[in-house]
Design a binder for this molecule. Structure first.
Ligand code: FES
Length: 154
């Protein structure tokens, strides 16, 4: 790469970063986190509008492939949110997710993806504030990391 094309690449990268608004995909379990997100909305709690929620029955249903697909298809970050340990409506789905999450983190590292792009958070139906804080922290973290490098268009 020539110095002129390096300058162009750097300029393009800065332009990409300047107005960057992360696209966050949030997988929320129906029984706790989705209800918590709903509570945050009905209570008019403030949070960045960057997260798109996918409601699932339980975090135990999440296959790590869902996360990799989300990142491959343009998500800058993925939030997984479910019931607190001991509160899963399917007894241990969240514990299974926690085990998979550890595996997922090493898969992401192997694939050259910063594992901080994926976050696991517990939030009950009464914890709209916890959900809100989780989304806000995630957006701030991803803004620092920048756009998903897998989505570079040049
Ligand atoms: S039902 Fe919420 S994590 Fe299992």
């Amino acid at each position: 790469m020539t110095s002129a094309s390096q300058k162009t690449a750097t300029k393009k990268e800065k332009e990409r970063q300047a107005g960057f608004e992360p696209r966050i995909l949030a997988f929320c379990c129906n029984w706790c986190s989705y209800a918590g997100a709903d509570l945050a909305g009905t209570s008019r709690m403030q949070m960045p509008p960057n997260a798109r929620i996918i409601r699932i029955n339980c975090t135990g249903r999440i296959d790590p492939v869902f996360i990799l697909d989300a990142l491959n298809q343009g998500a800058d970050g993925v939030l997984i949110s479910g019931c607190h340990p001991g509160d899963c409506h399917y007894t241990s789905g969240n514990l299974k997710m926690r085990g998979r999450f550890v595996l997922l983190q090493s898969m992401l590292k192997e694939a050259g993806i910063d594992p901080r792009r994926v976050h696991l958070q517990w939030a009950s139906a009464a914890e709209g504030d916890v959900f809100t804080q989780g989304v806000t922290a995630m957006v701030e973290r991803i803004k620092k990391l920048g756009p998903n490098p897998a989505m570079k268009d040049d």
